[in-house]
Structures are given as structure tokens and as C-alpha cells.
Design a protein around this ligand. Structure first.
Ligand code: MN3
Length: 209
């Protein structure tokens, strides 16, 4: 029996994001939605060539084929959610600093412009999907993806993700997605985690300490 894919624990307590995201939303989102993607993925890959792959490899090997669409959907959603939890941290007024702040200024013209574009991508994403801050080449970019789609398959390195499926906000914000999006951007984004992803994306350019 291969080791099944696991539901990773949350990096903070279920109520740690309150009042921006309630403990009830996090409990359902992680304990039911995220858990269901992992469980379904394990059912789908049992006895297939995907069973022994790392999750990123399952995503890369299943993307773009109708035959493996269900495996891709569940693998990508398992990855997206594990990534997303790390993109959030307990409420603060944190903003990007140092290298990532410099790259945001270069790529968007400043934090205010970044925020406006990221918010717009998240709010305008039609139906279910994700907004992303990614590194591609020398630039940072904002992407919006539908359903489970993931920038890893688009030659981009994710730095931050924001889940805008209704299950991410409906209990707390009902249909007011823009309010949810702005509250997460202003209070919850984990810029330290984003900076670590940026650093990992350009190992050849790492400066000596
Ligand atoms: Mn979700």
C-alpha cells in the first residue's frame, strides 16, 4: 500500500483568524472541504501510476487531460488549500518588506497598485477560483484561475493565494466577496511566507548573507 496523501494540519488555531474569518468557516473549510479533496484524491489514485508521486508531480502529470481531470482537480485543490493556509496568519497590519516590497514596487508601481489589482482579480474571478501573486521570470504578476487551476502548471511560482470559492467566505460575508477580499488583503496576508516563496524561486540569485 502506498502512503496516502495526508491532510496537513492548520498552521494556527481554528479561531486564530477571527474576526476576519470565523472559526466556523475555517473548521468547515479545512475539516470538510480540504479534507474531502484529500480523501477523494486517495480514492482516485489508488492502484494507479499517480499513487506514489509527490503531490506536485500528480498535478503536473494530470493537467490538461480529460481522462485525468478528476485527479487533477482533487490534487490541485489539495495543494492549493495547503498553500493557502500558509498564506494567512493572525490579523495584523503587516505589509511587504525588503526584497518582496521592492519587487512589488517594480512590478506594480507600489503596494497600493498591487492591492488594487489583486483585489480586482479576486473579486472579478467568475464563479469559483483563486487569485494569486506569482513570480514569473523577473516579474511578479497577479493571476486569477478558475476552479482548481494552479500557476505551477503555467510556469509561475505561487507566492500568495486567495481562495474565492463561496465556501471560503459565505458564512461570514454571505455574498459580499469584495468585503472578504479586502479584509484578507488588509489583515491576514502572510508576507513572510510570500518572501520565503520568492527566495526559493530564485536560488541562483541568492545573495551571500
Ligand atoms: Mn476552498
Amino acid at each position: 500500500m502506498p502512503t496516502p496523501f495526508q491532510l496537513p494540519p492548520l498552521p494556527w488555531a481554528e479561531d486564530a483568524l477571527d474576526p476576519v474569518i470565523s472559526a466556523r468557516t475555517i473548521g468547515l473549510h479545512h475539516g470538510k472541504h480540504h479534507a474531502a479533496y484529500v480523501k477523494k484524491l486517495n480514492e482516485l489514485v489508488a492502484g494507479t501510476r499517480f499513487a506514489d508521486m509527490a503531490l506536485e508531480h500528480v498535478i503536473a502529470a494530470s493537467v490538461g487531460s480529460e481522462e485525468t481531470q478528476k485527479i487533477f482537480n482533487n490534487a490541485a485543490q489539495a495543494w492549493n488549500h495547503a498553500f493557502f493556509w500558509n498564506c494567512l496568519r493572525p490579523p495584523s497590519d503587516g505589509v511587504p518588506a525588503r526584497e518582496i516590497a521592492r519587487r512589488i514596487d517594480e512590478s506594480f508601481g507600489g503596494y497600493a497598485q498591487f492591492k488594487e489589482q489583486f483585489s480586482k482579480a479576486a473579486v472579478d474571478c467568475f464563479g469559483s477560483g483563486w487569485a494569486w501573486l506569482v513570480a514569473r521570470g523577473d516579474k511578479l504578476e497577479i493571476l486569477a484561475t478558475s476552479n482548481a487551476a494552479n500557476p505551477l502548471t503555467m510556469g509561475a511560482t505561487p507566492l500568495l493565494a486567495l481562495d474565492v470559492w463561496e465556501h471560503a467566505y459565505y458564512i461570514d460575508y454571505e455574498n459580499r466577496r469584495p468585503e472578504f477580499v479586502d479584509a484578507v488583503i488588509d489583515r491576514l496576508l502572510n508576507w513572510d511566507f510570500a518572501a520565503e516563496q520568492l527566495e526559493k524561486s530564485r536560488p541562483g540569485e541568492r545573495k551571500a548573507a
